[in-house]
Design a protein around this ligand. Structure first.
Ligand code: CA
Length: 226
C-alpha cells in the first residue's frame, strides 16, 4: 500500500512518515502545495494524508481540484483548525476523514487502515481469502490459523492483492503500490515474490492471468452467490 503524506511541518511529517513506514506502507512525501497537487494528479496512491495549511496552494484547494479531476483516493485531512465549520468544509471538499492536531500517531494509523479498507470494499478489519487471513493492524498473516512469516515485500504484495480480491492486478500496478516511484520496472522481482508467496501460502491462492497480471480468487461463499 502506497501513501502520499502532504505536510509542511517537517517534525510532524517525519513522525507520520516514520509511523507509516514502520507499519509496512510505502510512503512518498510533499511539503508544498503545487508539488502535492501534481503528485496526487499523476501518481496512484492508496490513501493521502493532507495538511490544510500549506505554502503555495492550500490543502482544501488541492482536494477540490483532485475531486474535480475525478481522483478518488481516500483522503485524511490534517489540520490545526478544530472548529466544526472547518470539519464540514473539509468533508464537503471531498475529504473522507478528519484529524485535528495535535493527534496520536496510533489514531492516525488506525484511521488510514480503515480508509484503505473501506475504499477497497472491505468492512471486516481482518481480511481473508480461502484459508489465508491478513490483519493490517498487526501485519500478521495466517494459513489455516497458523502464523506464516513473510518478508516486508511479501507482506505488501499479499496485502495489496487481498485488498483487491477478485480483480486482476497488473505487474505495473503491483510494482507501483509495493515500491513507489523509483523502481526498475523491467525486473522480474514481482514474479519471484509471487512464487515465494505461493510456496508459503499454497499454489492455488494467486492466479496468473497471462499477459494481464495476477488475481486472488474470492472466497467460495461469494462465488456461490453469483
Ligand atoms: Ca501546515
Amino acid at each position: 500500500m502506497r501513501i502520499l503524506v502532504v505536510e509542511d511541518d517537517t517534525r510532524i511529517a517525519g513522525q507520520v512518515i516514520e509511523t507509516l513506514r514502520g507499519a509496512g506502507y510505502v510512503v512518498e512525501a510533499a511539503g508544498a502545495g503545487e508539488e502535492a497537487q501534481f503528485m496526487g494528479e499523476t501518481e496512484d496512491y492508496d490513501a493521502v494524508i493532507l495538511d490544510l495549511g500549506l505554502p503555495g496552494v492550500d490543502g482544501l484547494t488541492i482536494l477540490r481540484r483532485w475531486r474535480h479531476d475525478g481522483r478518488r483516493m481516500p483522503v485524511l485531512v490534517l489540520t490545526a483548525r478544530d472548529t466544526w465549520r472547518d470539519k464540514v468544509t473539509g468533508l464537503r471538499a471531498g475529504a473522507d476523514d478528519y484529524l485535528a492536531k495535535p493527534f496520536e500517531l496510533e489514531e492516525m494509523l488506525a484511521r488510514v487502515e480503515a480508509l484503505i479498507r473501506r475504499s477497497s470494499g472491505h468492512a471486516n478489519p481482518v481480511m481473508s481469502c480461502g484459508h489465508v487471513e491478513l490483519d493490517p493492524a498487526t501485519n500478521r498473516v495466517t494459513l489455516s490459523g497458523r502464523p506464516v512469516a513473510l518478508t516486508a515485500l511479501e507482506y505488501r504484495t499479499l496485502s495489496y492483492l487481498m485488498h483487491h480480491v477478485g480483480r486482476i492486478i497488473s505487474k505495473t500496478e503491483l510494482t507501483d503500490h509495493i515500491y513507489g516511484q523509483d523502481f526498475d520496472r523491467d525486473s522480474n522481482v514481482i514474479e519471484v515474490l509471487i512464487n515465494r508467496l505461493r510456496r508459503k501460502l499454497g499454489r492455488g491462492l494467486i492466479e496468473t492471468r497471462r499477459g494481464q497480471g495476477y488475481r486472488l480468487a474470492g472466497p467460495p461463499a461469494q462465488n456461490a452467490a453469483r
